[in-house]
Design a protein around this ligand. Structure first.
Ligand SMILES: [Zn+2]
Ligand SMILES: [Zn+2]
Length: 126
């Protein structure tokens, strides 16, 4: 069981059957919303539960998905594709130890021009 929360605590969640790996997304939407790349993992909705949602707001950045964040402190926590039965949660919001490792970079064609990717992880351009 993993637990996580936003910076102020008004949004908190729990994950059962936590995945072992996550991805780092370099797309423009994730970079703008998170301030840099966005590291996340996803689980089926049935393994995810909100334990506190007082601050939770959803923003539809595109017609295909919505992004969950805390309206009080600004933490970018969740990404959910419309109509899907899974949800992504940010690795940075998980209480340590996470037990997770980054396994892949995605949307690297859109990464910022201010950093390099020097690790050995697989990189997907989109
Ligand atoms: Zn918050
Ligand atoms: Zn992204």
């Amino acid at each position: 069981m993993l637990t996580g929360s936003c910076l102020c605590g008004q949004v908190a969640y729990a994950v059962r059957n936590a995945p072992a790996t996550g991805t780092a997304c370099h797309c423009g939407q994730c970079r703008r919303q998170s301030g840099h790349l966005w590291a996340s993992a996803d689980v089926p909705d049935s393994d995810f539960s909100l334990t506190r949602d007082d601050g939770l707001k959803w923003f539809a950045a595109s017609p295909m998905a919505k992004r969950g964040f805390c309206a009080h402190c600004g933490s970018f926590l969740f990404w959910k594709e419309n109509g899907s039965d899974s949800i992504s949660f940010s690795l940075g919001s998980i209480d340590s130890p996470t037990g997770l490792r980054l396994a892949e970079h995605i949307f690297t064609a859109h990464q910022g021009d201010y950093y390099d990717l020097n690790d050995d992880l697989p990189k997907r351009e989109d």
